[in-house]
Design a protein around this ligand. Structure first.
Ligand code: HEM
Length: 548
């Protein structure tokens, strides 16, 4: 009898516990998606679009639109501070004014780190290097990296670009000359070629390694990066963001265990993209560690004279040796840390530069006057030398205007995100801890308040006479600002200049077909969804770059 009674009591107790858990969970969800944003949040009075879908907020609009465009429309409609609701009631704020951006990115940058889901995505696709750390760890790493991006080192590196650039020119020339009517040129998917040439250049400058993806259609690195980049667009990005929000997911997907058990992930629909990430990253790490091993054994790397190798990895190997030789080595990188750094440079420096170049060619294809003017400027430089150096490229004024204008209107990274690590006031608004802050790169770059009525148009001339509201740091955020600003900015601009100048000296670019429009994806890097077909024609008196 007493056993029966106690099992009834036990049954009732577990039922009550289950009901209690379900009720708390239900309340938590209702609180998150409804009570907080509609009734309690101190951000309720901040202007912004309707809160949107009960679960997704405005997230589906953001993920389905061209990157940065919904944000631009909201700023036009609601002003320089906008509140937007994301999935499960998480609030995001957009700040536009220089003072607010200065506070978030520069003055109190430690208070506004990259959110953990973003660091996880970046860590998995680009290594656990500079992009994923903050605070003291970031300061040490950045100090160790800076010499590799110094002007003297960049000047010495410019020559390394030309092997790949010559290869690209040779391939395009062969394609154009092999066309049925060579004068009509040939349509190339320009993004694919820009991606290959920038991959080869970053492998050369980061590792001193000749990847030659330009000539090798099955190049392992190029294939793996293509898989990763495709994962960062549209609905895939949403899935990746969801996966990477799971604590520990980033490290798990980068582990040997995950690779050994990767087939498990392919069986679960929600984890399908994890399978691709694990596969692609494993391939990238395998090739990179082979390059690192080779580097460690290369005696030329350890030389200290001016003949020493100048690729980034060689500089890091030398810097580490110097640190280890000191009695009190404060920050000597491990093999794994060095590898992560170089993976970061491959990941952060390859698709971004390729995307920037692709948009520049698209914009020039639609502005023949600017293109011709650029050709007039670069052709004489290439007839003097087939490999113009850092200074000759830096001094070309119109080339500079074109690149800056392209990076302004179509920035390869259209936005990034920070999180408020503590409650604080920004631009007079009380920002609760945990709020996400959108750094609206594309919106800032095309803000009419600064750039005038034609802010969204491509007009390289504006760089010859900047508007009076222009702020040298916070009016153009393509490389953002502050301690987390892009370390590769000068290198990227120089590389873009060298590639673009050589292309324009040898070819003309036109839209592939009448009525062609640009199709930028919603992704971490704003690449074109169609590979950007453009008609490439030989110019009447081709310069001497590359074999003819
Ligand atoms: C046109 C080309 C490029 C663009 C538009 C670009 C843009 C950016 C942006 C917007 C960030 C900040 C991201 C954030 O804080 O969330 C960033 C960071 C970074 N970029 Fe670039 N980048 C370019 C090329 C490169 C190159 C060539 C390299 C290296 C070889 C590079 C390495 C990095 C690294 C390491 C960081 C992290 C810096 C830190 O947190 O200290 N980038 N880049």
């Amino acid at each position: 009898m007493s056993t029966l009674l106690s099992s009834i009591v036990d049954g009732l107790a577990s039922k009550h516990i289950a009901i209690g858990i379900a009720a708390s969970l239900g309340y938590f969800v209702i609180h998150r998606i409804w009570i907080w944003p509609y009734l309690l949040s101190p951000l309720r009075s901040v202007p912004g679009p309707p809160l949107g879908h009960p679960i997704w907020g405005q997230y589906r609009t953001i993920i389905r639109s061209e990157s940065g465009i919904p944000h631009r429309e909201w700023v036009k409609q609601y002003g320089p501070v906008v509140r937007v609701l994301g999935p499960v009631g998480i609030e995001r704020l957009i700040f536009m004014k220089p003072e607010a951006l200065h506070q978030i990115l520069v003055k109190h940058w430690l208070q506004y780190p990259r959110p953990s889901f973003l660091r996880n995505i970046l860590g998995v696709v680009a290594g656990y290097g500079l992009l994923t750390v903050t605070g003291d760890e970031h300061r040490h790493m950045r100090k160790a990296m800076n010499p590799a991006f110094s002007i003297p080192n960049l000047m010495a590196q410019t020559d390394m670009y030309y092997k790949s650039i010559d290869g690209l020119i040779e391939i395009l020339k062969a394609g154009v000359h092999g066309a049925q009517v060579p004068e009509d040129g040939k349509v190339f998917h320009v993004y694919d070629w820009m991606s290959k040439v920038t991959l080869d250049i970053i492998c050369e400058t980061a590792f001193g390694y000749n990847a030659d993806s330009l000539h090798d259609p099955c190049n392992e690195l190029a294939e793996a990066y293509e898989q990763l980049v495709n994962l960062q667009t549209g609905p895939n990005l949403a899935k990746m963001t969801f996966l990477m929000s799971i604590p520990g997911a980033g490290r798990l997907f980068s582990s040997q265990w995950a690779y050994d058990h990767r087939h498990w992930f392919s069986k679960l629909p929600a984890f399908g993209s994890a399978y691709t990430v694990i596969e692609a990253m494993y391939r990238i790490r395998r090739v990179s560690s082979a390059m690192l091993r080779e580097k460690m054994q290369d005696s030329a790397v350890l030389a200290t004279d001016t003949e020493a190798k100048r690729d980034i990895m060689s500089l890091l190997v030398r810097a580490r040796k110097a640190d280890l030789d000191k009695d009190k080595a404060v920050y000597a990188m491990t093999d794994r840390a060095m590898m992560d750094q170089v993976l970061t440079f491959l990941g952060a420096g390859h698709e971004t530069t390729a995307t920037g170049l692709t948009w520049t060619l698209w914009l020039l294809a639609n502005d023949q006057e600017s293109q011709n003017k650029l050709r007039e400027e670069v052709a004489p430089v290439f007839s003097d030398s087939q490999r113009p150096d850092y200074r000759s490229l830096k001094d070309l004024q119109w080339l500079d205007c074109v690149i800056m204008e392209s990076l302004r209107v179509l920035p390869p990274v259209p936005l990034t995100i920070r999180t408020a690590a503590q409650t604080d006031y920004v631009d007079g608004v009380l920002v609760p801890k945990g709020t996400l802050l959108v750094i609206p790169i594309r919106v800032v770059n095309t803000w009419k308040v600064v750039w005038g009525e034609d802010a969204e148009q491509f007009n390289p001339k504006r760089w010859l006479n900047l508007p009076k509201n222009y702020h040298p740091v916070f009016s153009m955020l393509s490389f953002i600002a502050g301690p987390h600003a892009c370390i590769g900015k000068t290198m990227a601009i120089m590389e873009m200049k060298a590639i673009l100048a050589a292309l324009i000296a040898n070819f003309s670019f036109e839209p592939a077909y009448a009525g062609q429009t640009a199709k930028p994806a919603a992704a971490i890097t704003m690449k074109p969804t169609d590979g950007m077909p453009l008609r490439v024609k030989p110019i009447r008196s081709p310069s001497t770059t590359g074999p003819s």
